[in-house]
Design a protein around this ligand. Structure first.
Ligand SMILES: Nc1ncnc2c1ncn2[C@@H]1O[C@H](COP(=O)(O)OP(=O)(O)OP(=O)(O)O)[C@@H](O)[C@H]1O
Length: 135
């Protein structure tokens, strides 16, 4: 590894592992506009949830949805980097790796949208006075 690499400065251990993870997140944040878009959407959803006074179960689903989208975006970023390193030229397997990785992000986003819509429908029904048995 290059001597300028952070690993040479931090060494091993829990604190070092957190440092490397933070470096990875910072790199993804700087290079991936989609990650920043996910963060803005997540902030809007959290703000709306606070205003709507969502119950604990809804926050649990939202937390998992946000974590899943961010995680798939980070893994997608890592796979893109590895593919670019291993296959700088065009290759069908490189294309497949990137496309499958992008599909994982898409599926997680669709799942998060579904969670958001279901919670919004539940909140609307609650505001409309629906009985507990209906929702
Ligand atoms: N080495 C390659 N060989 C074949 N096809 C590739 C290769 N690199 C990229 N592609 C194709 O081009 C598409 C876009 O590639 P790119 O590297 O820009 O990914 P991206 O998902 O747009 O990345 P980013 O999220 O950083 O914008 C890929 O999904 C894939 O279909």
């Amino acid at each position: 590894m290059p001597t300028s690499d952070n690993r040479a400065r931090r060494g091993h251990g829990l604190a070092a592992a957190f440092g490397y993870a933070f470096d990875g997140f910072a790199a993804a944040w700087q290079t991936q506009p989609n990650l920043r878009i996910h963060a803005v959407v997540a902030a809007v959803v959290v703000a709306a949830g606070i205003v709507a006074r969502l119950p604990l179960w809804a926050w649990t689903a939202i937390a998992f949805a946000i974590a899943l989208v961010v995680t798939t975006e980070l893994v997608n970023t890592a796979i893109e980097s590895l593919v670019d390193l291993a296959s700088p030229g065009e290759h069908p397997l490189a294309r497949r790796a990137k496309d499958v990785s992008a599909a994982a992000v898409l599926i997680s986003v669709l799942g998060a949208v579904a969670v958001g819509l279901l919670i919004a429908a539940w909140a609307a029904a609650r505001a409309g006075g629906a009985s507990p048995g209906m929702i």
